[in-house]
Design a protein around this ligand. Structure first.
Ligand code: F6P
Length: 539
């Protein structure tokens, strides 16, 4: 398969880049008063203003032509149809089936998976209702007042992000904690004030073999059993599992009646809407969880059916490619102006970087263009008083996604208006900056003028929605999932495997026993030395 960079559409974009580089947003807005309303699109309850990007109509047409040349439409259909587009693992990619409507048909290997999906959702709802109502009692008859999700990567980041994002809708009589790190501090701090008699652990692991999760799960089991004098009977009332691996779940000692399954066609970073979302459902209740799934489904349908011109994930994905491959941008900042979305950038880091951090194309060749950018961010307005300086006046081009809501969930005085004014002001400042003439006109002494100039011409999107409710969170998550898919399709990579995490895991397994033994070391001289020092000084 020839490199994407050899496509005429790619070459056309490379040439076109010079035209765009020679103009700026100030001039483009001055020349076209309708730009701000024209370069905007709505879909599935979200509004996207992409007018403050370094593009013109030709850029968009060329990017859409690239999407066509890369077969985006047929790739979308292949994913939704259940083709095994995850080639290296020979798996379908069907997270869209997790939010398909009851009664729909989506098949993998001849089996309609939607029935199974709703079967698990129904069982999750029974469990959630029992815990939320107090019908589920612990080993000593107490109600459950604390839920601890033990998982890592996709089995943690989605659940913790969704819990934080939807905390406003959560049952405040239950404490929710998330343990992911193999650093025992994580477990110790999460459980130090909890009563074992009132605590339920959800062991969330697709494989049920992940070192960190299994280590924490065994620690949780020991913590619980210590409180109950070693009575193994307690496990049944205080442990449930979410996994695709029933055998390992049973081997751990969790009754598979308390196991909620999912399937190999759900990638870890695409699993927050599967049973991995059990903690989310316990927090917000089954109806709100279903509303979140409906929001995702709405965005899926938008992505599947909307023309490229108004297709939000496609526009965002193509813009990401534009900056990564034609402007050399290394990163994208995601800046949610909502405190509840404080973990959203961390969640997106796995979604985007584990998906598109690849240098091998689908045919096994090495790509000769840049792929996935580094995603990062913090909620506004905090970031403004920290790293925005670099975005405004640094030497790097950092496209930004601002996310804001028309309504705040905790209205107090003028807070929300102040918050949203900052969204609009930051996007405006980045795009238009402040010229030397403007700075001088303020009476700034000549020597200080360059320091106070803002070049502008710095790109951003503004994503707006009415309020951060479960459906909106679902739409936002699916928006980014499908933008990631669009980027991966253009780059001709597999966005659904993650071989890059394997080597470190294997090497750690080899080193673990070496730390507590005196066996001769056969690593490189640096690793040998580090292990030797640790052996000598370990506490
Ligand atoms: O970090 C690699 C990874 O496989 C992720 O893709 C996954 O989300 C995470 O580990 C956790 O895996 P599991 O759910 O199997 O414990």
């Amino acid at each position: 398969m020839p490199s994407r960079a050899t496509l005429p559409e790619w070459a056309a974009l490379r040439k076109h880049r010079d035209t765009i580089a020679s103009t700026n947003l100030r001039a483009q807005f001055a020349a076209d008063p309708s730009r701000g309303t024209r370069m905007a699109a709505s879909g599935a309850g979200l509004f996207l203003d992409y007018s403050k990007h370094r593009i013109n109509n030709d850029t968009l047409a060329l990017l859409r032509a690239l999407a066509d040349a890369c077969g985006l439409r047929s790739r979308i259909e292949a994913m939704f149809r259940g083709d095994h587009i995850n080639l290296t693992e020979d798996r379908a990619v069907l997270h869209t089936a997790l939010r398909a409507k009851r009664g729909a048909t989506v098949s993998d290997k001849g089996v309609n998976v939607v029935g199974e999906v709703h079967g698990v959702l129904d069982r999750m709802a029974v469990c959630a209702d029992a815990i939320r109502s107090g019908a589920w009692r612990g080993h000593t008859g107490s109600r459950i007042r604390a839920v601890v999700n033990v998982g890592i990567g996709g089995s943690d980041l989605g659940p913790v992000m969704a819990y934080e994002a939807l905390r406003h809708f959560s049952d405040r009589s239950i404490a929710f904690r998330f343990v992911s790190n193999v650093d025992s501090t994580d477990f110790a701090e999460a459980t130090r004030d909890l009563d074992p008699a009132e605590t339920l652990f959800i062991i969330s692991s697709k494989t049920f073999t992940t070192l960190e999760t299994m280590t924490n799960a065994h620690t949780a089991r020991a913590w619980l059993l210590k409180a109950f004098g070693g009575d193994e009977q307690a496990v049944a009332k205080h442990f449930v599992a979410v996994s695709t691996n029933a055998k390992q779940v049973a081997a751990f000692g969790i009754d598979t009646a308390n196991m909620f399954g999912f399937w190999d066609w759900v990638g870890g970073r695409y699993s927050m809407d599967s049973a991995i979302g059990l903690s989310t459902m316990l927090a917000i209740g089954p109806d709100n969880f279903r509303a979140m799934l409906d929001g995702m489904h709405e965005m899926d349908e938008h992505f599947r059916t909307a023309p490229w011109e108004t297709n939000l994930p496609v526009i965002m994905g193509l813009l990401a490619v534009w900056y990564a491959d034609f402007f050399g941008a290394q990163t994208v900042a995601v800046l949610p102006y909502d405190q509840y979305l404080k973990r959203f950038p961390a969640y997106l880091q796995q979604l985007t970087m584990e998906s598109n951090g690849k240098r091998i194309a689908l045919d096994g060749s090495v790509v000769d263009y840049d792929t996935g950018a580094v995603y990062w961010g913090e909620p506004g307005t905090n970031g403004q008083h920290s790293f925005y300086q670099l975005i405004h006046q640094g030497t790097r081009l950092i496209p930004c996604d601002f996310i804001g809501f028309h309504e705040g969930l905790n209205p107090i005085g003028a807070h929300h208006d102040i918050l949203m004014a900052n969204v609009f002001a930051q996007a405006e400042a980045l795009a238009f900056g402040k010229t030397p003439e403007q700075v001088k006109a303020e009476g700034t002494p000549d020597w200080l003028v360059p320091h106070r100039v803002f070049d502008g011409n710095r790109p951003s999107s503004v994503i707006l929605a009415q309020r951060l409710d479960p459906a909106t969170l679902g739409r936002l998550v699916a928006l980014y999932e499908m933008s990631v898919f669009t980027q991966g399709t253009i780059w001709n990579i597999n966005s659904f495997d993650q071989w890059g995490v394997e080597l470190g895991k294997q090497l750690a397994q080899r080193i673990i026993p070496e730390l507590t033994s005196h066996t001769p070391l056969a690593h490189d001289s640096s690793t040998n030395n580090l292990i030797a020092i640790y052996r000598e000084k370990r506490g």
